[in-house]
Design a protein around this ligand. Sequence first.
Ligand code: SF4
Length: 217
Amino acid sequence: MDKFTRPTLTLPNGANKLLLHSCCAPCSGEVMEALSASGIDYTIFFYNPNIHPQREYEIRKNENIRFAEQHNVPFVDADYDSDNWFSRAKGMEQEPERGIRCTMCFDMRFERTALYAAEHGFSIISSSLGISRWKNMQQINDCGKRAASHYDGLTYWDYNWRKQGGSARMVEISKREQFYQQEYCGCIYSLRDTNKHRRSQGREIIRIGVKYYTADK
Ligand code: SF4
């Protein structure tokens, strides 16, 4: 990581500021450092009503606030309208990760991000969601573009945050900052399925609020 020289990023369409949807501190850490290193003016938009239980949501959000404050980056704390998320997820409770429930979940988060962008003078949105190799980047990009397409002059920036070692730096930054280490994607169904998998392997189930990155793991 020490030898890596960050490329200078520029926003699409000559835009001068970005609204960055963030799902959590570990995923957005590398994205934020890349943007800051390029001198890009950006605001974090934290809208993740999928995260359950609320205690997990608060921990993830507060970790992200802590890192945004360190970088002097504005942070928009959007609603935790989890009832709305649950009603949109109805009938999709048994869907696997990366399936249609996740499309709904990304759509919902991007729809709110796009609305905020349109109402607050941002012409570019992006997200930290795609940096995780556990996620389907095409699925995320499709949702981001769909949300942006509802507003004239709004563009979803599909920059690949994983490339040139982005995923590895995400882990390095998480260790350096000793971020809270979430152990499931976020919703109650991903918690259920991760615990089911762990039980099948004789492993301990997830304990909320316990695991943090350390310098060596
Ligand atoms: S698994 Fe993750 S992306 Fe899919 S619905 Fe649950 S929280 Fe959303």
